[in-house]
Design a protein around this ligand. Structure first.
Ligand SMILES: *Cc1c(COP(=O)(O)O)cnc(C)c1O
Length: 494
C-alpha cells in the first residue's frame, strides 16, 4: 500500500551558485557517504549529483507531509548509487514502516525527482489474489452498522475493534471502510496489530486491549499506541523502561467480574491513579472494563459488574477529560449505556448477532460474504463415492460440483452436510468430507464451471450467516469469522 508520495524540481545552476557562495551548504545537504561520491565526481556531474540529492530529499519530505527539518533532516536521508549506478535511498526516517521508491532525472538545467513510500506491512504479508474463492466486504453495510450503533448508544466515540485481522474480515479492507464510516479510533489485541495500523497510515487513537509486555514500552510510545494498565506492577515496569523524552498514553483496565485482566481492588486502583496523575510523561486517557454476559438474556451478572464498577471507580481522582469505555457489542445493543464517552465494538460493526438469537434482533447488516466459483462439474452414476473416507455414495445419477474452499481456508470439516446458495437462491448440500482446499456439492442439474455459489451471505431472500455456521458447529460466530484464512482474497465492495 502506498502511504506517501512527493515530487520536486530544482534548477541545477541555482544549486551550483549556492554551493559556490556557501561551500558549507554541501555538507549540510550531503551525508559523509554521499560527500565521498560527490568528491569523486567532476564538474557538471558533481553539481547534478548535489542538485539531485537536494531535490530527492525535498521530495521525500513532501512524501511524509512535512517540510525538511521537522520530521526529516538532511542527514536522516541518504541516497547512494547501487551497483548499477542507480540511486537508492539507503536510509530514511520511515524505514521501519516503508520502502522508499525513488527516481531522479535531469533535463537541461533542471533536476526532477519523485519519491513513493510503500508500506512494509503490505510487503510482509502474502496477499492472495488469484483464486476463484473470495470474501466480499461491504463498506455500506459497515457504515450502516457504525451509524446504527452510534445512534442507539449516543456515544461520543466509536472505537472499531479490529483485532485478529479484523475478525477475519481483512485488516486493510476493514480499516479503509471504517475510516470512511468516520470511526473515532481503533482497538486491537496486540502491539503488532497496532503497529500495522500505523503502517497503514492510521492517525486515529489505537487502544491495545490485551496486556502488552512492558519491555515494548519504547515502541508503544514511538507508535503512539494506548496500552492497558492492568496492574500496578505493570505500570511500575513500564515507567522504569520509558525513556525520559518519550510520552506514553494509557488506559486503565478494571476487572469487575470478567476475571481476565485488570485491577480488582480499590486500594491498588487508587495507587495507580495517583501514580498516573503524578507522572508528566504519561497521558492518562482512558479507564475501562469488560462485561462477561452482555450478550446473554440474564441481566443479573451484568448488573453485578456494573455495581462493582461504581464501587471501584466512583470518586476516583480521574482527569476531567478521561474516556470511560465499558461497552462491547452486547452492551451497546441490549443495555442502557453505562457511559457515552466511548464504545469498543466488534461483532455489531461486522453485522453478526453476538447473542446468536438469544436477544431481540437488531438492524445490523452482515459485512462479510464468502463466495466461490465451481471449478469442476460432472455427472456421476448411482453408487459413486465422493471425497475422503468415501462417506457419501450417490444413490442415483447426480450432478456434482467442486467448490475450491476447504478447511485450510477456515471452512471447518465439521460443516459437512451444510448448504451453500446457488445463484438463484436455491440451496445445494455439501456431500462427503470437506478437504483441505476443496469440497463437493450436489447440484439440482447441470451447471457451468464458473457458477458462483455463496457459502456465507445473502442471495435474494435466502441467507446463510456466520451464526448459522457457528450453530452447526456448536461454537460462536467470532470463532468462524476469525478462522477465515489469509489465503482467501478479500475484496472491498460498495
Ligand atoms: C474483543 C473485545 C471487544 C469487542 O467485543 P465485541 O463483542 O466484538 O463487540 C471489546 N472489548 C474488549 C476488551 C475486547 O476484548
Amino acid at each position: 500500500m502506498i502511504i506517501g508520495q512527493g515530487i520536486d524540481a530544482q534548477v541545477i545552476s541555482d544549486v551550483t551558485r549556492l554551493a559556490e557562495r556557501r561551500p558549507e551548504f554541501i555538507d549540510v545537504v550531503l551525508t559523509p557517504a554521499e560527500r565521498e561520491v560527490f568528491d569523486v565526481r567532476k564538474g557538471k556531474h558533481q553539481m547534478e549529483f548535489l542538485a539531485g540529492r537536494f531535490s530527492i530529499k525535498e521530495a521525500y519530505s513532501k512524501a511524509i507531509g512535512t517540510g525538511i527539518g521537522s520530521e526529516a533532516h538532511w542527514h536522516d536521508m541518504e541516497v547512494l548509487p547501487n551497483e548499477a549506478g542507480q540511486p537508492v535511498m539507503v536510509k530514511h526516517p520511515k524505514q521501519d514502516e516503508a520502502v522508499a521508491h525513488i527516481s531522479i532525472s535531469h533535463t537541461g538545467d533542471t533536476v526532477h525527482s519523485s519519491v513513493i513510500l510503500e508500506s512494509l506491512a503490505s510487503l510482509h504479508q502474502p496477499v492472495s489474489e488469484r483464486r476463484p474463492s473470495w470474501l466480499e466486504i461491504s463498506a455500506e453495510a459497515l457504515a450502516h452498522n457504525v451509524a446504527y450503533v452510534r445512534e442507539l448508544t449516543e456515544t461520543n466515540r466509536f472505537f472499531a475493534v479490529v483485532k485478529a485481522n479484523a475478525y477475519g474480515h481483512g485488516l486493510p479492507q476493514i480499516v479503509t471502510a471504517a475510516k470512511r464510516a468516520g470511526v473515532d479510533g481503533f482497538a486491537v489485541a496486540t502491539i503488532d496489530e497496532g503497529v500495522w495500523l500505523r503502517q497503514f497510515g492510521v492517525k486515529l487513537p489505537i487502544l491495545i486491549l490485551g496486556v502488552t509486555p512492558a519491555t515494548y514500552v519504547a515502541d508503544l510510545a514511538k507508535y503512539d499506541l494506548i496500552p492497558v494498565v492492568a496492574s500496578e506492577t505493570w505500570l511500575d515496569d513500564a515507567l522504569r523502561q520509558l525513556k525520559p523524552e518519550a510520552t506514553l498514553t494509557v488506559s486503565v483496565a478494571v476487572d469487575t467480574g470478567m476475571g481476565r485482566i485488570g485491577i480488582r481492588n480499590r486500594a491498588e486502583l487508587e495507587r495507580v491513579v495517583a501514580k498516573l496523575n503524578a507522572t508528566d510523561d504519561v497521558v492518562f486517557q482512558g479507564i475501562g472494563m469488560h462485561f462477561a454476559t452482555a450478550d446473554g438474556n440474564d441481566t443479573v451478572y451484568f448488573e453485578k459488574q456494573l455495581a462493582k464498577w461504581h464501587e471501584l471507580t466512583d470518586k476516583l481522582d480521574l482527569p476531567a477529560d478521561i474516556w470511560r469505555h465499558l461497552a462491547n457489542s452486547g452492551t451497546s445493543l441490549w443495555h442502557e449505556q453505562p457511559s457515552t464517552d466511548a464504545v469498543r465494538v466488534g461483532a455489531a460493526m461486522y453485522g453478526f448477532d453476538a447473542s446468536q438469537g438469544a436477544l431481540p434482533n437488531r438492524e445490523l447488516q452482515p459485512v462479510l460474504s464468502l463466495k466461490a466459483e465451481l471449478v469442476h462439474v460432472k455427472q456421476v452414476p448411482a453408487g459413486t463415492s465422493i471425497s475422503y473416507g468415501a462417506t457419501y455414495t450417490t444413490t442415483e445419477p447426480e450432478w456434482i460440483g467442486t467448490v475450491p474452499v476447504g478447511y485450510a481456508d477456515g471452512y471447518p470439516r465439521a460443516l459437512q452436510g451444510m448448504d451453500v446458495l446457488l445463484p438463484d437462491g436455491r440451496r445445494a448440500e455439501l456431500v462427503g468430507r470437506i478437504a483441505m482446499d476443496q469440497f463437493m456439492i450436489r447440484l439440482p442439474e447441470e451447471m457451468p464451471v464458473g457458477t458462483v455459489v455463496t457459502l456465507i451471505g445473502q442471495v435474494g431472500d435466502e441467507e446463510i450467516t456466520l451464526v448459522d455456521l457457528a450453530n452447526k458447529m456448536d461454537t460462536i460466530p467470532y470463532e468462524i469469522a476469525t478462522g477465515l484464512s489469509p489465503r482467501l482474497p478479500r475484496h472491498l465492495v460498495k
